[in-house]
Structures are given as C-alpha cells and as structure tokens.
Design a protein around this ligand. Sequence first.
Ligand code: IFM
Length: 471
Amino acid sequence: MQEMRLPDDFFFGAAMSGPQTEGAWAQGGKLENLWDTWSNESLDDFHNRVGSYGGNDFTRRHDEDFALLKDMGLDSVRTSIQWSRLLDRDGAVNPEGEAYYHRLFASAHAAGLEVFVNLYHFDMPTYLFRRGGWASRDVVEAYADYAAKAFRAFGKEISCWFTFNEPIVEPEMRYTVGEWYPFAKDFSLARAIQYNICIAHSLAVREFRIARSEGVFADGARIGLINCFTPPYTREDPSAEDLEAVRMTDGIANRWWLDLVTKGELPQDVLETLASRGVRLPIRPGDEQILRQGTVDWLGCNYYHPERVQAPAADTDANGDPIFADPYVWPDAVMNESRGWEVFPQGIYDFGMMLHRDYPELEFFVSENGMGIEREEQFKDASGQVQDGYRIDFIRDHLLWVAKAIADGAKCRGYHYWAVIDNWSWKNAFKNRYGLVEVDLSDGYSRRPKKSASWMRQVATTHVVPNKEEN
Ligand code: IFM
C-alpha cells in the first residue's frame, strides 16, 4: 500500500491498565484483587514467578513515563482505576487511593496528555469475588456504585470514561478455557457472567448519565465501552455449517457487545440459539429496561487478530457444553509465534467497514493494537537499543488499513498502541514485550526507548503513515 495520511484531528496515544502497571499492590489502603490472590496462592503459575505485585513500577515513575509518551508525539493515554484501590471493603472511598489518582491525572495533564479512564480491567477485588463475583447481582450493583463514586471523584478532571476493557475476556479465560483463576470450564456459567457484565455496564452508563445531568463533568464528557473484537472468517467456499459457526462465534464475541452499546439489547438470534442448546442466562424482570440504558457515546476497539472458524466436528465437549465452532487453520496465516496470534492487518479494515455498514452511527477508535515479542533482548544492537523493525512493520501495516477504512467512510477517530511501555501481562508477566520503550527488570525497571519510539514520533507528529520502503 502507498503512503497514507490520517486526518489532522486523528489522535495518537498509549493504552495501559492499572493492574498491569501500578505495582504498590498492598500500599495506600489498596485491597487484594484476584491477581494478587492468585500470585499469593501460586506464584509458580506466572512466567518466571513474577506475580502481580510490581506492575512496571508506574506508581513511582509516572512523571517520567508521561514525559516519554509526550516526547513520542502522543496526545493521550488510557489507564484504569483499580476498584481495589479506590474503594475500601465497605464500598467507601479510600482517601489514599483517591489522592493517588488525583496525582496521577494531574501528572498526565501537566505533561500535556489527555487521560482516558477505564473502570475495570479484569481486576475484581477478591472480597467481592468471594461474595460471588460477576455471578452475583449484589456485586454487579456494587460495581455501579463504584462507577458512580469514580465519576463524582474525578468528573471535573476526566472527560473520556469507559466502563470495561475487554468484557469478553473474563468469561473466556476464567470460566470457559479455565486458564485463569478460578480455572472454571463451564460454558453456561461463562455466558451468565457475560450477561451480568452487560447489566453492570448498563447500570454504570445510567450512573454516568445521572452524573452528567447533575453537572458532575466538564462539557463534552463521554462514556464508552472497550472490547477486543475479532473479525470472523471461515474457509473459502464455506458450507452452511461453516457459516453457522461464523454466526455464533461473531454473535458471542462481537455482535453481543455492538448490539448492547448501539441498541441497548443483546442479539436475539444468539440468545435463541443459546437457549435452544440449554444455556440459561440469569435474566430478571426489568433487565430489558436496564440494558436499554447501555448505549454509549463511542466505542473502543482493541484489535490484535482475526478469528478463523469452521463447522465443529462435535456438537458438545466432554462436559456436555455446546461447541459452536472449531478453529480453522488458514494456510496463508502469518503468525506472531511469541503470542500465537495471527497477524492480519486487513482485519482492522474489514471490521471498520462492517461497523460502517451495520452500525453506521457508531464512532470508534482503535483502543489497543500491538505486538508482543518473547526474548526481545536478542534484537539489541551494540548500544543496547532494541531494533524492533518487526514492530514498526506491524504498526505501519495496521495504520495503513486504518487510513484506508477512514478514506472509505469508517468513523475511526484515533489509535492507541498497547502498551507503549513494556508492562506486566497477567500470567505471562514480562514474557512478551509490547513496548516502544523497554523496561529493564535487571536494572530497577529503568526505561529505554526502542527503535520504534522514534518511528512513532514521526508518524504521530506528521500524521503520515509511510509505506514500507520509506521506513
Ligand atoms: O495485556 C493485554 C491487555 O490487558 C488487554 N488486551 C490485550 C493485551 C495483550 O495481551
């Protein structure tokens, strides 16, 4: 593709999260979240036994980090408030937690960065998990209360709010494939959790609108949802069964959230198919009205990889749970072997054009996109700088498709790279590095820009995405 230009008002920024960066896991009145509990119970489960405790030392280094982002030409940063830091066990504001976030946001603003705030990034406080977590309506309501308190504490400082990051991930990782604590493999429970998260999201949006009507925010405040979207594909020349696999995969992973945030409802065809296969959702009288309030002002789309599926070989798994699709291995797939994810930049275009066609009013931005690489130290030059040309290729190819989608009508307003500064990545800890800036664990978390940082500065300050030869 030829060099492309992004609109002048297109924004560039960094995506990160509280639990993956902050550290200070038990300081300032912060309570345990599920990551801390899992780390305490079984540190061996984490890559190199690096648990949730230190993040990437952001709490002590945020001034330096924000200066690095600004120096890269970025204009915004997204992070999350940790529920377990902001509220105490009785649901009251923890003054030390509140003061920390005031300081953090002031530091970003002083560096000239707009702050986007997300309220939940897989970080359930453990005491609430023990009361049932997302399976419990009381916890769902506690989340809405937490959101209301956050809006009131920071409403004058923050205009861009998000209820959840990747709400599909906990149902998958904790309750379907069982890779994350509490390691459940229960498809029905996973869908029940997914449903309750939609109720939590909608209640929080309702709180946002109440707060907005009461003048809690500065003008222009917006609420959104961020999810990881996986454009679905199947084999060329598909059978009816392959297309059915696409319908349900897309229905559960993508349309579920898109219908919620644009129509205030969940896709009827998906609900009917789930019911016909014995999956019961914890629907209560009055829920329809709650979901109706879940429509948002805009959407964050995290894009890493597509989903390639085909008709399943069997209808049910060993637990008797329904299977709607099997993976389809596309022979032409280019893989990021470190992460096991396909690299398919065109997917971002296809997804943007689907939004343009099926949800034409919905504004969005690419809220995460990035490449995690294992053993990245092997790419250091003699001066010790990581020469991450592969990451430059990755970002450039995605941005070229974003620019083409915009040229073809997609309402994409900006791009946030995940994670700009290497951070702690759940069970993988620091195994795969995503950053444009290296974090050196053997040198007290010191920061060092990689080659891609200066490339990013060039693109973010000119809005010109070069073609490959111009890199
Ligand atoms: O680290 C995660 C992040 O928390 C959510 N999106 C994907 C990232 C990379 O795996």
